[in-house]
Design a binder for this molecule. Structure first.
Ligand code: TYD
Ligand code: MG
Length: 463
């Protein structure tokens, strides 16, 4: 197969090194990677309204920084993830595995907004009848929401122009295709070209565009990952598709904080907001079997309590397994090395598994202490006393390092009735005495057990 750039306005770009070629080839001439070239629309060379003086720069101090007002989607959990509501004219990518609830969330999110601005739902995956069925089943208030089933980008853009839409959902980007490229829909070239054109329309006409993209478990499907730099906000659905809980996390946000999480539950009538996620993730975690600990995690602006489970077991393999779900496996290897070197806990001939309950992914280093505690508990076959929570980062020398927002974490644990919190010594708030870890709660407060080295954690867990 020897493809050629079908029209003059396309080029072939190497996905690996970014080299640009006029013709398609099996191997990139620059980085010598195989099958890395994909077709793209050539960037236009128009310089706009440049005068003979050339383009002029702006003095930042003079730029009008009036923030465009945010519009609430009516879903508080989603508003928070967006950074306080939808910014008109912004481009949002909503990614997630098939069946996790992207179309449902999109429909619910735009339903209220469609009363305030002309809104168009473009679907290439479902027919208008299917959309209407879902819409009726969800019992949504929107009266003016318009829908159209097409996978053709040129049609879609024409429709946006004709309807004067200010908010558009594109479901999904993998099923859109532009006539400007020969390639089949779903490939990186088509997905990128379509997203680029949609972003252009968004900026030109101040249309907010919500692009839905499918991601596989490995996150490898052509598409969403390559679009992250093109859009203002990237939201990813997280969670176990088999459980009813769904989390939407901001991975990138030009208008708000990253790592902000919104928690939803999938019900028969769509996604419902979960107001108290800590209680939800901990439900059923009150029995005291060895190998479980509670982490006070701080995702975005809100602390959440999560259950960390560890299983340490004799291995039958020459090379024992180290598997982690929901916690970085490189960090797990590091924690194991620290436990080995500083706490004399080998696990050398044992399989080690870590799981964060509820399909949650913890990306912050403050999880190290809870992971270590769960490992120690499983390794020593001793349960951690109930109503005990942990947070803190582990350093390579075995020291427990302070983490951000200690006060809020402590308050969240206390709010949920935890009476003992293990934390980095320097995270103990000023004015709060270091209490004996055997002391019970004083006036509804938790006993704070400040630890500064992994050996202290080990000693204190033995009691
Ligand atoms: P969907 O939004 O179609 O997922 P995606 O667009 O990410 O592929 O929703 C998928 C699942 O949600 C589907 O298996 C059915 C379920 N669901 C409910 O349980 N309740 C509902 O009200 C709706 C609309 C869907
Ligand atoms: Mg869908």
């Amino acid at each position: 197969m020897n493809k050629k750039s079908s029209q003059k306005n396309t080029v072939f770009v190497c996905e690996a090194c970014g080299a640009v070629c006029a013709k398609w080839a099996g191997q990139c001439p620059d980085c010598e990677g195989w099958n890395t070239l994909s077709e793209r629309v050539r960037a236009s060379r128009k310089t706009g309204k440049s005068s003979s003086l050339g383009p002029a720069a702006h003095r930042l101090a003079d730029v009008d920084t009036k923030q465009s007002p945010r519009v609430s989607t009516g879903l508080k959990e989603l508003d928070r993830v967006l950074g306080g509501g939808l910014v008109p004219g912004s481009v949002i990518l909503l990614g997630g595995e098939p069946g996790i609830g992207k179309s449902t969330l999109a429909l619910q999110a735009v339903s209220r907004l469609s009363d305030m601005m002309p809104t168009l739902y473009l679907s290439a995956e479902e027919s208008v009848e299917q959309l209407a069925l879902r819409y009726q089943r969800l019992n949504l208030p929107a009266q003016d929401l318009q829908a159209f089933a097409t996978g053709n980008l040129e049609d879609a853009v024409a429709l946006i122009d004709r309807t004067g839409a200010r908010l558009v959902v594109v479901d999904s980007i993998q099923t859109m295709h532009t006539e400007r490229l020969d390639a089949a829909p779903g490939g990186v070239g088509q997905v990128r070209a379509c997203a680029e054109m949609l972003a252009e329309v968004a900026k030109r006409d101040q249309v907010a565009v919500l692009i839905i993209g499918h991601v596989t478990k490995e996150g490898s499907l052509a598409g969403p990952k390559t679009l992250e730099h093109l859009v203002d906000t990237v939201l990813y659905f997280e969670g176990d598709a088999t459980s009813r809980y769904r989390m939407v996390r901001a991975w990138k946000n030009r208008f708000g904080a990253v790592n902000e999480v919104g928690v939803f539950a999938m019900t028969e009538i769509g996604l419902k907001e979960v107001k108290n996620p800590s209680a939800m993730f901990l439900s059923g975690s009150h029995d005291d079997s060895p190998g479980r600990s509670v982490l006070v995690s701080q995702d975005g602006s809100r602390p959440i309590l999560l259950e960390v489970q560890a299983l340490v077991d004799q291995s039958s393999l020459g090379n024992p397994r180290r598997l982690s779900v929901g916690y970085d496996s490189v960090r797990l290897a590091m924690v194991l090395a620290i436990l080995h070197r500083h706490a004399r806990l080998g696990f050398v001939d044992q399989d080690v598994f870590i799981n964060v309950a509820g399909g949650v992914r913890v990306s912050e280093t403050a999880a190290d202490l809870a992971v270590s505690a769960a490992l120690i508990s499983s390794g020593m076959d001793t349960p951690i006393p109930s109503r005990t929570a942990f947070f803190g980062e582990l350093g390579l020398t075995g020291e427990i390092r302070p983490v951000a927002r200690g006060d809020e974490r402590i308050r969240e644990a206390e709010k949920l009735g935890f009476n003992r919190v293990f934390l980095p010594l320097s995270n103990i708030p000023k004015g709060r005495d270091l209490q004996d870890d055997k002391a019970g709660p004083v006036h509804g407060r938790a006993a704070l057990v400040g630890v500064s080295h992994i050996t202290e954690l080990q000693d204190r867990l033995r009691v």
